[in-house]
Design a binder for this molecule. Structure first.
Ligand code: ZN
Ligand code: ZN
Length: 357
C-alpha cells in the first residue's frame, strides 16, 4: 500500500478506485468475488457484501472493511467522494465497462459527476504487481515446483489409447490432492495433429501410438499461478520431428539465456525468434514468446516482438516459443523464469530434452 500511495502522489491523484479483483487481493489480501477497494493518501476501505463479512474480516489487511447491500464499487465511489481533500479518484478504464462508469457517475452528487472520476492513463496496480517481493517469489517457486511434480506424475500415466480428457482429469485430480486451489487455466492436452493447435484443449481423442503430445497446464497455490508446457513424443520420432523439437528447444533456451534485468521484452522475444528464423520456422511461431505471471495467469509484462518494456529484477515471466505446422504437429516448451539483477532463474525445472514414451 505504501508503494501505491507514493505512486498516487506522483500522479497527483488524491483517490483511487480499485475494482479488478486480483488488484484488490494484491493490495489488501481479500479473495472474495465481490469487492471494491477505495484508497486515499490517508485511508483505505474495502467494500463487499454480507456473504463475505467473516472472510473479509479474516483476510483484509491495511484497509477497513465495510459491508453493504449495494454494489461495492458504487459504495466505494460514494465513500471516496465524501472524503475530505479527495477531489478526483482514478479508475482503471481497461477494467471498467461503459455501463459501470455510468452507474458510478449516477451515484455521485450532481456537481461531481463530470470531473470526479478520472481514467488512469496506465494500469496502476498491475504495474506494481509485476515486480514480486520475496514472499511472492517464494510462493511462485512453490507453485512452479508443484507443477513439475504433476508433470512427473502424468508421465507415468500417459499411454496410447487413453483420451486426452483422461490425461487432463488425472492431472487436475492430482493437482488438488497435492494442495492446489485449482487450475490457473483450462488444461491443454493436444496430441498428434492436434498439437498444431496452440490452445488445444483436451478432447475425447485417444492418444495416438506415435506423435507429439503437448501438455500446457498450471495450478493456483495460495493465490499464485503456475504455468508450464512440455511436449513429449509417443513412440519414435522421425528425424524431421526431432529437428523441429530441437529447434524449439534451442529457441527456448536462447530466450531464457537472454533474460536479465534491464533487457527489453522485445529483445527476449527476438532471442527465440531469431533461432527459429534461422531454421526457416519463423512463420510457424505464431504467438509471443511469453507473459508475466502472478496472481493472474496472464499479466504484465508482455514478452512479444517489439515490446519496449524493460525487465526488472523480481518480475516472473514465461518463456514459451512454439511452432505449429497445421495438419501435422506442433511443439511448445514453456518455463517460468524469475528475472534477477544478473540473469534469470528458471522455476520450472522439469527436463526439456525430448522425452519418448
Ligand atoms: Zn502455459
Ligand atoms: Zn503461458
Amino acid at each position: 500500500m505504501g508503494a501505491l500511495r507514493r505512486k498516487l502522489s506522483r500522479a497527483g491523484l488524491s483517490g483511487l478506485l480499485v475494482t479488478h479483483l486480483p488488484d484488490v487481493c494484491y493490495l489488501c489480501g481479500f479473495t472474495g468475488s465481490s469487492a471494491a477497494l477505495a484508497v486515499t493518501r490517508r485511508a483505505a476501505r474495502l467494500f463487499t457484501d454480507g456473504r463475505y463479512a467473516i472472510q473479509a474480516n479474516e483476510e483484509v489487511k491495511a484497509a477497513r472493511v465495510q459491508i453493504g447491500s449495494s454494489s461495492p464499487a458504487v459504495a466505494a465511489v460514494q465513500w471516496l467522494a465524501a472524503q475530505p481533500g479527495v477531489e478526483t479518484a482514478g479508475y482503471d478504464p481497461t477494467r471498467t465497462t461503459v455501463a459501470e462508469l455510468a452507474n458510478w457517475r449516477a451515484a455521485l452528487p450532481a456537481r461531481l459527476r463530470r470531473s470526479f472520476l478520472s481514467a488512469l492513463p496506465a494500469p496502476f496496480v498491475e504495474l506494481l504487481r509485476c515486480v514480486k517481493d520475496q514472499d511472492e517469489l517464494a510462493l511462485m517457486a512453490e507453485a512452479a515446483h508443484l507443477g513439475c511434480r504433476l508433470f512427473d506424475h502424468i508421465l507415468k500415466f500417459i499411454r496410447p489409447g487413453i483420451p486426452e480428457l483422461e490425461v487432463a482429469a488425472e492431472l487436475e485430480h492430482r493437482a488438488r490432492l497435492l494442495g492446489a486451489e485449482g487450475m490457473s487455466f483450462e488444461t491443454i492436452v493436444a496430441s498428434g495433429a492436434r498439437s498444431a493447435l496452440p490452445h488445444g484443449r483436451a478432447t475425447e481423442q485417444p492418444l495416438p501410438r506415435r506423435g507429439f503430445l503437448t501438455l500446457d497446464f498450471g495450478i493456483i497455490l495460495k493465490g499464485y499461478c503456475s504455468d508450464m508446457t512440455r511436449t513429449v513424443f509417443l513412440g519414435k520420432p522421425k528425424p524431421g520431428e526431432r529437428h523441429a523439437y530441437q529447434s524449439v528447444l534451442e529457441a527456448q533456451q536462447a530466450a531464457v539465456a537472454a533474460v536479465t534485468a534491464g533487457i527489453s521484452c522485445g529483445e527476449v522475444d527476438e532471442a527465440a525468434r531469431s533461432v527459429l528464423r534461422r531454421q526457416r520456422l519463423a512463420e510457424a511461431f505464431t504467438h509471443s514468446t511469453g507473459h508475466g505471471v502472478g496472481l493472474e495467469i496472464h499479466e504484465l509484462p508482455r514478452v512479444g516482438a517489439g515490446q519496449a518494456t524493460r525487465l526488472a529484477a523480481g518480475m516472473v515471466i514465461t518463456i514459451e516459443p512454439g511452432i505449429y505446422l497445421p495438419g501435422r504437429y506442433g511443439v511448445r516448451i514453456e518455463d517460468m523464469v524469475t528475472v534477477t539483477r544478473n540473469g534469470g532463474e528458471v522455476l520450472t525445472h522439469s527436463p526439456k530434452a525430448l522425452i519418448e514414451l
